[in-house]
Design a binder for this molecule. Structure first.
Ligand SMILES: CC(C)(COP(=O)(O)OP(=O)(O)OC[C@H]1O[C@@H](n2cnc3c(N)ncnc32)[C@H](O)[C@@H]1OP(=O)(O)O)[C@@H](O)C(=O)NCCC(=O)NCCS
Length: 166
């Protein structure tokens, strides 16, 4: 399937919400937050950036990321979602790779993403691990009893993350 990547616009707001809900992987409050963040982004807020994967005019996947406040060149990956009917066809990889390429071009150093330790997130964790993300930290019981926060990060600097010491 050939898809094009381009910015998410106001007309796609409902589709973003539907995609997030359709995966069944996000809590209602997380979906609500994502839509609020999209609204802020569409209103010109630069802390959150969105890119969509389109089949013709249809939005079939999207990714949201932004600079991490108080850091030099660190970015957070907030949401990545692909229409369940289109998963496993390379779209998630395309969206993630496009963001990594943009960040490298902007001297981004580190991309960080958070996910859950739950069993239903195993394919998501495998997705990140197979794309060069390292499990950087775990906070036990963060989301709920038995549901840990798992933080992944990827060095975008070709190994120069620590920088040079004086
Ligand atoms: C995780 C996700 C974004 C990956 O996108 P995708 O388009 O399905 O992924 P791709 O086709 O590019 O890559 C397929 C890889 O993802 C893994 N994967 C993860 N979830 C998958 C799913 N539901 N269906 C198929 N493959 C999935 C496959 O195991 C495969 O791994 P491999 O290539 O390393 O063997 C997508 O499956 C999704 O939207 N999942 C639900 C929401 C989510 O977990 N988002 C990330 C946390 S914010």
């Amino acid at each position: 399937m050939s898809c094009s990547l381009r910015p998410v616009e106001r007309a796609h707001r409902g589709t973003v919400e539907a995609l997030l809900r359709a995966t069944g992987m996000f809590r209602p409050s997380e979906v609500e937050t994502a839509v609020q963040v999209l609204d802020e982004s569409l209103a010109g807020e630069d802390d959150y950036r969105w890119l969509g994967a389109f089949d013709g005019e249809s939005l079939v996947g999207c990714i949201c990321w932004g600079p991490t406040p108080g850091t030099e060149g660190t970015y957070d990956l907030y949401w990545l979602v692909v229409d369940p009917a289109r998963q496993g066809q390379g779209l998630g990889t395309e969206l993630l790779t496009a963001v990594e390429r943009r960040l490298r071009a902007a001297q981004g150093r580190l991309l960080v993403t958070e996910t859950s330790s739950r069993g239903d997130y195993a394919p998501t964790r495998a997705f990140y691990e197979h794309r060069g993300y390292t499990r950087a930290a775990t906070i036990p019981g963060y989301y709920a009893p038995g549901d840990d926060l798992v933080i992944y990060s990827k060095d975008l600097t070709d190994g120069d993350l620590a920088g040079t010491t004086a």
